[in-house]
Design a protein around this ligand. Structure first.
Ligand code: GLU
Length: 411
């Protein structure tokens, strides 16, 4: 999962963006880049490799700007190299974009754009997106915002994007469908990121952008609209992340940190929930679905990577303790077949970030078939936490009495 960070405000943007990219390193990436907008100049710097390589590369450059965006890429279209790294310019170099996700119809769009004279310098689907915006703006003689909105109707696939243009020097535009995007709201400044980790040290007021929403930030104001140009009321949430939880805390790698943190993590996840003496387990989010759990025909666990492995352990435990059949599915496989799911199924989606795209798509599929969805993730307010019927996140919740009530029907 690659990363997005952007800033607009009164501070110097570049250091905030680079720090933010470091915070997103845990997601994995192959290259990194920044675009900075200053005095009508739009500069793009990008490099294959670590954020540290990018920092070395731009050390001697003029990076003074109050508006900018940065990206860590995980290649899907085109090999990891400098040219394919984001941000990408449009043909005229007046617009730049960063993008998380995949544009599925990029080949047809690219052919059309090439016929219109657009020149491509990378193998990415993303460069098609930015040229599409430019083409639409040229053809319709419309605002950048309108061109982005129209382009969103043309692309098929998943995206979180941020767009800068030298013709709109005080403006930042972002949109999302299927890839996460969070706006941080400070005093006369705004932050954008794939998750809240780059934002937390500046502000705890955030808005999670929903699918098909477009954000325009200018003149110290944020305007949130649907793809159909209907004004939306932003739902401002308070972040509850701790900064030390998202840093390496003296360990050389995040993996080492996570291994050594396991005892604390287990203790923390039990804290406030397990009342050993009373024989109670408090899981407030699940309370309303208690009977569905008790009467489930089957539990399906969908996850990716390490979360999938955690699911395999959960399968043993759940079958042993609850005597309910459990299946563990790789979310990316699950979503691309036609799985048998019924209203009597419980689907548990596990994701550390709460933003894993395949897991989110898998749970949306299960939801559309009527299953009850339960999410286990580490980030309150994340996409998965919000998309589920009931979620187990790090916040201690009100009481659910355990042992469980009698099943409604005999097994
Ligand atoms: N599909 C885009 C690319 O290959 C974005 C990949 C990403 O999400 O980092 O450049």
């Amino acid at each position: 999962m690659c990363g997005i960070v952007a800033y607009i405000g009164y501070r110097e943007a570049c250091p905030i963006i680079l720090k933010g990219l470091h915070r997103l390193e845990y997601r994995g990436y192959d290259s990194a880049g920044v675009a900075l907008l200053n005095n009508g100049e739009l500069s793009v710097y990008k490099k294959k490799g670590k954020v540290a390589e990018l920092e070395k590369f731009i050390a001697e450059k003029d990076t003074l700007a109050n508006i900018g965006m940065g990206h860590t890429r995980w290649a899907t279209h085109g090999e990891p190299n400098d040219a394919n790294a984001h941000p990408h310019y449009s043909t005229s170099e007046r617009i730049a974009i960063i993008h998380n996700g995949i544009i599925e119809n990029y080949a047809a769009l690219k052919e059309h754009l090439q016929q219109q004279g657009h020149v491509f310098h990378s193998d990415t689907d993303t460069e098609v997106f930015v040229n599409l915006i430019e083409e639409i703006q040229k053809k319709n003689q419309c605002s950048l915002e309108q061109a982005v909105r129209l382009a969103l109707h043309e692309v098929v696939g998943a995206y979180a994007i941020v767009v800068l243009s030298k013709d709109n020097p005080g403006q930042l535009i972002a949109a999302r469908k299927g890839s996460p995007l969070v706006v941080g709201i400070g005093e006369n400044e705004f932050f954008l990121a794939s998750d809240a980790t780059p934002i937390i040290e500046y502000t705890s007021d955030v808005v999670y952008v929903n699918d098909y929403e477009l954000v325009v930030i200018k003149d110290g104001e944020m305007d949130l609209r649907s793809r159909e140009d209907v004004k939306q009321t932003p739902y401002i949430q308070k972040l509850e992340l701790e900064l030390d939880r998202i840093e390496k805390g003296g360990y050389e790698h995040f993996m080492l940190k996570e291994i050594f943190e396991q005892p604390r993590s287990i203790l923390d996840s039990m804290r406030g929930r397990l009342e050993l003496e009373a024989g109670h387990l408090n899981m407030g989010g699940v309370r309303a679905y208690e009977r569905k759990f008790v009467n489930a025909d089957r539990i399906l666990i969908v996850a990716c990577g390490t979360s999938w492995h955690a699911g395999l352990v959960a399968e043993y435990l759940l079958e042993d303790l609850a005597r309910v059949p459990v299946e563990v599915e790789y979310a990316s496989e699950f979503r691309y077949r036609n799985p048998v799911i019924t209203e009597r199924d419980i689907v548990i989606a596990i994701s550390q970030s709460g933003e894993t795209a395949d897991t989110l798509a898998a749970l949306e599929l299960a939801k559309s078939r009527g299953a009850t969805i339960f999410g286990i993730c580490n980030v309150v307010g994340s996409s998965i936490a919000r998309a589920t019927d009931a979620a187990l996140t790090p916040t201690p919740a009100p009481k659910l009495v355990w042992p469980r009530p009698k099943p409604l029907r005999p097994r």
